[in-house]
Design a protein around this ligand. Structure first.
Ligand SMILES: CC(C)(COP(=O)(O)OP(=O)(O)OC[C@H]1O[C@@H](n2cnc3c(N)ncnc32)[C@H](O)[C@@H]1OP(=O)(O)O)[C@@H](O)C(=O)NCCC(=O)NCCS
Length: 170
């Protein structure tokens, strides 16, 4: 974590975020997109960030090393009133930066935001059933498996299952 700064994403980060996601997509099969499969345009990503920053209960964080993005994490609260007590976490770290505590630092900030600022009751996430590192990380922060979704992913002609995991904050 030495020298790594975690900050809120701003609209000027849009192009670098797209480039980052197109790289990390190819570094594992654990995300919803593969290498160069993150198709958002810069304008769409800018709008996405603007919406995050205009929201009181959602946040997008970037971890940067020397100005370069090495991790992205978000907590998105649901908009509709009856489910606005819930939010969803998504997180990725660039492979050469794995196992340095960046994922943990990101999770800590996202959960703290969810608890203190967004005042959420539940944080949910979905994780590929064979993604041991991520499952361990989430368990470390108190997430519990609440569901198992067979054939959640379809990657290169093969199906993969996923767990739904929840953290209850109150
Ligand atoms: C999962 C991911 C976010 C973890 O980020 P990271 O920065 O490497 O995480 P950390 O260094 O903070 O490690 C966090 C925890 O992960 C677990 N972990 C990490 N590597 C592990 C390994 N090889 N075996 C078992 N557990 C491991 C441990 O619980 C560890 O906590 P500890 O160091 O206190 O024991 C990162 O590997 C990643 O981005 N993977 C690809 C994308 C992805 O899978 N995203 C999640 C989609 S649901």
């Amino acid at each position: 974590m030495k020298g790594i700064l975690i900050k809120k994403a701003v609209e000027e980060d849009a192009e670098a975020i797209i480039n980052y996601l197109n790289i990390v997509g190819g570094e594992s099969d654990n995300l919803l997109f593969g290498k160069n499969e993150f198709y958002m345009t810069i304008e769409e990503e800018q709008k996405f960030i603007k919406d995050f920053n205009g929201s009181l209960n959602s946040i997008m964080l970037l971890a940067k090393d020397n100005g370069n993005i090495v991790a992205v994490g978000s907590l998105s609260a649901f908009g509709r009133k009856r489910i606005s007590h819930r939010g969803e976490i998504a997180i990725s770290v660039k492979k050469e930066y794995w196992n340095k505590g960046i994922g943990s630092a990101m999770m800590k900030e996202l959960i703290q935001f969810g608890r203190e600022k967004a005042k959420l009751s539940v944080i949910q996430l979905t994780v590929k059933a064979d993604n041991e590192n991520a499952i361990q990380l989430y368990k470390k922060f108190g997430f519990k498996q609440i569901g198992y979704y067979e054939k959640f992913f379809h990657i290169d002609g093969k199906f993969y299952d996923a767990y739904f995991m929840n953290l209850y904050l109150d």
